[in-house]
Design a binder for this molecule. Structure first.
Ligand SMILES: NC(=O)c1ccc[n+]([C@@H]2O[C@H](COP(=O)([O-])OP(=O)(O)OC[C@H]3O[C@@H](n4cnc5c(N)ncnc54)[C@H](OP(=O)(O)O)[C@@H]3O)[C@@H](O)[C@H]2O)c1
Length: 246
C-alpha cells in the first residue's frame, strides 16, 4: 500500500543529529528521498562523508561535532541556514544507551548518557527554535525518544530516565511553541535494529534483531509527521514491530 503525502517537504531544510548511523542515517535518506535538503551531525566524520557522497553534496552538508557541545548545535543550524537560507525541521536523534543495574554502571557512563540524550537534545532543540523564532515561519522539531520514555525495562533505569526527560521536554515545548506555528513531535520507537541495539549485548545478525523495527520504519514515521498538513500536530507516536510486546 503506498502512502500519499498530504504536504510535500520537497525543497525544505532539515537538521538531523546522530546521522552517522541507524535511525539518523535512515532519516537522512528518507528526507532527501522526499526532496529535502539536510544538515547532518555526528562525531564520526568518515561516516558523514560517506553519507554525503551517497546522497549528493548538493543536498547534504555534514557538520562534525559533539551534540553535548552547545556551540556545535548552533553551528549545525547556522550551516543549514547559510547553505539554504532557512531551517524548517530539526530532528534531535543523537543518543546512546548503557545497560546495567543502578550500582553497576560507571559514573562517567551515566554522565555521558544523560548529557548526550537529554542535554544534547535541549541544545539541539534550542538552536533550532532560536532560528525558527527569528524567521517567524514556524517549523518542526522532532525528538527521537523511545517507548522507554513511558515505561523503562529492567537494567535501563538511567537510560529510561533520559528518554522520559525527552518526553517531558517535547510535550511541554509543543504547548509553549504551538502559537508560533512550531510543532514539536515525539517519535518513540521500541527496539530497532541498529548499532545501538547490537551494542546492548546482541550479536549482529542474531534472530532477536529480526523481530525489531528497522531504522527505515522509524525514518518513515519522521517523514509522515513532517508531511502532515500544518493544521495537524503529532505529539507522540509510539512504534512497535508486530512481534514486540507492547
Ligand atoms: N535502537 C533502538 O533500539 C532504539 C530504540 C528506541 C529509541 N532509540 C533512540 O534512537 C536514537 C538513535 O539511535 P540508533 O538506534 O539509531 O543508534 P546508533 O545507530 O548507535 O546511532 C546513534 C547516533 O547518535 C550519534 N551520537 C551519539 N553520541 C553522540 C554525541 N555525543 N555527539 C554527537 N552524536 C552522537 C552517533 O554518532 P557518532 O558516534 O558518530 O557521534 C550516531 O549517529 C537514540 O536517541 C536512541 O535512544 C533507539
Amino acid at each position: 500500500m503506498s502512502y500519499t503525502p498530504h504536504r510535500s517537504i520537497e525543497g525544505s531544510v532539515a537538521v538531523i543529529t546522530g546521522a552517522s548511523s541507524g535511525i539518523g542515517a535512515a532519516t537522512a535518506r528518507a528526507l532527501v528521498g522526499a526532496g529535502a535538503n539536510v544538515a547532518l551531525s555526528a562525531r564520526r566524520s568518515e561516516r558523514l562523508e560517506a553519507l554525503t557522497d551517497e546522497l549528493g553534496a548538493d543536498r547534504v552538508v555534514g557538520v562534525v561535532g559533539d551534540v553535548r557541545d552547545v556551540a556545535h548545535n548552533e553551528a549545525l543550524v547556522d550551516a543549514a541556514a547559510q547553505r539554504w537560507g532557512r531551517v524548517d525541521t530539526v530532528v534531535a536523534n543523537a543518543g546512546i544507551g548503557a545497560y546495567g543495574g543502578i550500582l553497576d554502571l560507571d559514573d562517567e557512563v551515566l554522565r555521558e548518557m544523560t548529557e548526550t540524550n537529554y542535554l544534547g537534545t535541549v541544545w539541539t532543540v534550542r538552536a533550532g527554535v532560536r532560528h525558527m523564532r527569528a524567521h517567524g515561519n514556524g517549523g518542526d522539531i522532532v525528538i527521537i525518544s523511545s517507548v522507554a520514555g513511558f515505561r523503562g525495562g529492567d537494567d535501563e533505569a538511567v537510560y529510561a530516565g533520559t528518554k522520559h526527560a525527552q518526553v517531558g521536554l517535547g510535550g511541554s515545548l509543543d504547548r509553549e511553541l504551538r502559537g508560533e506555528g512550531i510543532r514539536v513531535s515525539l517519535v518513540c520507537p521500541a527496539g530497532t535494529s541498529t548499532e545501538f541495539a547490537i551494542g546492548a549485548g546482541r550479536e549482529e545478525g542474531s534472530s532477536e534483531l529480526d523481530a525489531y523495527l528497522r531504522p527505515e520504519d522509524v525514518a518513515h514515521a519522521v517523514q509522515v509527521v513532517l508531511e502532515q498538513p500544518r493544521s495537524v500536530r503529532t505529539t507522540v507516536w509510539q512504534l512497535w514491530s508486530s512481534e514486540q510486546q507492547s
